[in-house]
Ligand binder design. Structure first.
Ligand code: ADP
Length: 394
């Protein structure tokens, strides 16, 4: 097999773009779009593919860059919903483990509980080797821990960048700083540029015909379908903030990921990043705004503040200055997350809405299942019937 020639990259409007037709256009170079573009190039090497990203880099903004990057068996949907989720999660983990440059590390995860239950062990013994982690919580309040020894952490943003790069090396074209819109028969590409007064404006607009369009625009995806093609879906979105907790996690001995009442504490850069539970979709038109803590404006939204305040008895560190609440919204990192089917616990999904248009959504469980669902869409489009996770290589 000879390697395909690398694709072209248009990074800025100074580079002339005169293409008028592609076999496949993928909108969005977050982790779902980047993975799907790569798998499509591998499975359909004869077709011309364009990956379009509105940011200046793959996943410059969006959910991927702020995702926890925690693979855990505890996020695999119950076998009753679809028995293959475990196989898809295992396949995703194997793909992640084989990736360079994403800081993939096996790292245990512990879900902490007030009550005993199946697969639970005493918190104190589970954390005996991690006194730093133990100091975060009140082990009398949370005496039981369910460990996931197979859990792992990685950097989703680095994954998207690596896979977008691999897609280009495999022959995909990549267009950055370009906002795509759906039109019948293809896409309209708005090439963006920044004026010297720092305004983002459309420099030029190009229609491109496409035989097949994959909408992998994260939380924006359902709206693109609605605005461009009048297609309605049941998907939704939620704004998730990821505040920093400056309590020391061990840089050397791999502190475990902790979960308490839906809150995930992910060790990162010597401290923790917090990933609050998502409760429900945000209503149409919701604009994120900071709440108030004892009368003082902070950058955390009200729902998140209520959750964290509710957990302070179990995690006293949340009541200290170690928690960065910010003064306004801009101080706390946050991103819109797609909620497949409008649910916070639904796995990633792809949906063929028209013969020539598919939607690909990652959402809250993309860390554990995203790559397999992106592959599924690519294999389906390539007309392949078997899937690698159905036939594990021993
Ligand atoms: P996912 O986890 O599904 O990949 P992300 O939010 O990380 O979700 O990725 C979506 C990507 O799509 C982001 O990088 C975002 O900048 C990009 N995007 C969103 N809307 C458009 C659009 N209209 N045109 C091009 N890129 C878009």
């Amino acid at each position: 097999m000879t390697g395909a020639a690398a694709g072209q990259v248009w990074a800025h409007v100074g580079q002339a773009f005169s293409e008028t037709e592609y076999d496949v256009v993928v909108i969005g170079a977050g982790r779902m779009g980047a993975a799907c573009a790569l798998y499509l190039r591998e499975l359909m090497p004869g077709s011309r593919l364009l990956l379009v990203e509105q940011g200046g880099l793959p996943n410059e903004d969006g959910a991927t860059i702020l995702a926890a990057g925690v693979w855990t068996a505890q996020d695999i949907p119950a076998a009753a919903s679809a028995p293959s989720w475990k196989a898809k999660a295992d396949w995703t983990r194997a793909q992640l483990a084989a990736q360079d440059s994403i800081q993939f590390q096996s790292r245990p995860l512990l879900s902490l509980h007030t009550e005993n239950g199946p697969r639970r062990v005493p918190t104190a013994s589970a954390l005996a080797a991690h006194p730093g982690s133990l100091a975060l919580l009140d082990a009398d309040q949370l005496p039981f821990a369910e460990p996931d020894p197979a859990a792992a952490t990685y950097r989703p943003g680095a994954l998207a960048a690596a896979q977008a790069g691999a897609a280009v090396r495999a022959g995909a074209d990549l267009m950055l700083n370009t906002q795509a819109h759906l039109i019948p028969g293809g896409v309209r590409l708005d090439r963006l540029t920044v004026t010297n007064t720092h305004q983002i404006v459309t420099h030029e607009t190009r229609p491109v015909r496409a035989r097949f369009v994959v909408v992998a625009a994260g939380a924006e995806g359902p709206e693109l379908l609605e605005q461009g093609l009048g297609l309605h879906t049941t998907h939704a979105r939620a704004y998730r903030q990821t505040p920093r907790l400056n309590a020391p996690s061990d840089l050397s001995d791999l502190s475990p990921v902790l979960r308490v009442g839906g809150l995930t504490l992910r060790p990162q850069n010597g401290g923790y990043t917090l990933f609050p539970q998502i409760h429900h979709r945000d209503p149409h038109g919701y604009v994120p705004t900071g709440g108030r803590l004892t009368g003082v404006p902070v950058g955390l939204r009200r729902e998140t503040l209520e959750d964290l305040v509710g957990l302070m008895d179990n995690l006293p560190v949340l009541g200290t200055e170690a928690l960065e609440t910010g003064r306004s919204l801009a101080d706390v990192p946050g991103a819109w997350l797609a909620l497949p089917e409008g649910r916070a616990d639904a796995p990633p999904v792809y949906q063929r809405l028209l013969p020539e248009v598919a939607l690909l959504l990652g959402g809250p469980l993309a860390d554990t299942l995203g790559l397999a669902v992106a592959f599924d869409l690519a294999a389906h489009s390539a007309g392949q019937s078997g899937r690698p996770w159905e036939d594990p290589i021993v």
